[in-house]
Design a protein around this ligand. Sequence first.
Ligand code: GLU
Length: 297
Amino acid sequence: MSGKTRFAPSPTGYLHEGHLLSALYVWAAAEAFGLKIHLRIEDHDQSRARPEYIKSIYEDLEWFGFEYDSDSIQSKRNPVYEEALARLDNAGLVYPCFCSRKQLEAENPKSDTGEIVYSGKCRKVNTSMDTLVPSALRCDEQPHNLRVIIPDKVIKWHDMRLGDFDENPKLQCGDFPIRDRDMQWTYQFAVCVDDIDEGITHIVRGEDIRSSTARQIALMQLLGRETPPAYLHHSLIVDATGKKLSKRERAHSLRQDRDAGLSKETLLGRVCFKANLQPENTPLSLAEAISLAKQVL
Ligand code: GLU
């Protein structure tokens, strides 16, 4: 086996049906393409991660029978992120940004998807103060976040399910934060460093994260990874009106169903039914659920 995929839940709540569906696709891709599986606990945001959610991720995966080859937790990997940040900083690619949320809203245009496209205002301020490239890491004026300078170029990438994309992250979001004002690593930064460092060759995740892909490829290139991973953004569970899993359904955890005495076969069958992987709500074993997911890869 040469490739590796990953399942990367954030421990900011208990796992719900959306996670279960994602896990089925990750394990299905691993089977289909002969990949190793890495479990990554994405607790980069320490203000939202909770130990009970971390513990529950391990327990839920074990209860369903999802097996993986390796695991990691972002909160234990600070030196890796520090080193990656120092490399970007040495290359003059990082600057401190002092804009408040209110300023960001008021002063910047929005993309077609409603996302703020940062103008690079603080970069201009910083570079005009120094003739040499200044180190963003020496900035002691608080509070500030650190942004990475993203090149103005189109990223061409391919999704195994959705096809080809040509996207310019400079127009989607502009230079984006890699460490926030509370010194927490951002999702975008931690995920790129990890996907490189952990040798991830195949990224399988929900299509709600698809819009992050071009910027992640751009950042990975700045971090030295020229060939991006292969991508597969799977469809999400939708209700009869085509809407994504509701907040209430997302808040309803697999753990609650387990505690209520539902079997894993019932939960696997139900999630496959809701995701249109099977026509009836029939209980399924894990192997059966994975093979249904494999058919639509
Ligand atoms: N941690 C993210 C989530 O739970 C997944 C990020 C990714 O797969 O890139 O939604």
